[in-house]
Design a protein around this ligand. Structure first.
Ligand code: ZN
Length: 211
């Protein structure tokens, strides 16, 4: 056990020396500040590391992760990250990235009580409820699972568009795009769901603030 823990520090020392070999000023530059263009909202799943799957370096991507990449408007953690990323860092892209095989989505498809997490999974069940006909029209359990992963990402993209943070930025002419992606654990590829909220979110007018 001690060995698996110590390995992290050994890795860290090696990483530092690799970076310094390439650029002796690497950490000096890093300490000066960040100007990321992307906010990545992903799942906490250990198999979906934001920087690694997008080939981005430290400093390029602001990251928030939670179970099943949810955008919950009462979640002060997520909302603070979003506000800071959009208004202060002025990111150009907000990405919700789900993944096939998501344990959170799988749990939300079942009816077992798992404790405190039930309250969080309920938000995923809401995505299920809104997309139930589409999800259940699929022919196999696996296809239904994949459809709910995708539908859940779509709902989180809509949730972002419902926030005053995103709406205010867009109304002020800030360069900001919101994207929904799904990562496939089986082949490592990212798929852009190309969600257009103006086309696909029919109730958007209910959530739209006056300009
Ligand atoms: Zn997941």
């Amino acid at each position: 056990m001690q060995q698996s823990y110590a390995r992290l520090f050994e890795n860290n020392r090696k990483w530092v020396s690799d970076k310094l070999n390439l650029d002796p000023d690497y950490f000096k530059k890093m300490a000066e500040g960040q100007k990321p263009k992307y906010l990545f909202i992903g799942c906490s799943d250990s198999r979906v590391p934001a920087n690694e799957i997008t080939g981005t370096e430290p400093g390029e991507m602001f990251v928030h992760r939670n179970i099943a990449n949810m955008v919950v408007h009462t979640d002060m953690n997520l909302m603070s990250v979003l506000q800071y990323a959009v208004q202060v860092l002025k990111v150009e892209h907000v990405i919700v990235c789900g993944h096939y095989g998501c344990g959170g989505v799988a749990a939300a498809m079942g009816n077992k009580s798992l404790g405190l997490i039930d309250a969080w999974l309920r938000n995923i069940k809401d995505s299920y409820s809104k997309n139930r006909d589409y999800v259940e029209a699929a022919e196999s359990d696996d296809a239904r699972f994949r459809r709910l992963v995708e539908s859940n990402v779509k709902e989180q993209v809509f949730n972002l568009h419902m926030t005053s943070i995103v709406q205010m930025a867009k109304n002020a002419g800030q360069d900001l795009q919101v994207h929904g992606w799904v990562y496939d654990l089986h082949d490592g590829l990212l798929n852009d769901l190309e969600i257009d909220h103006e086309k696909h979110f029919t109730d958007f007018d209910l959530y739209e603030f006056d300009k």
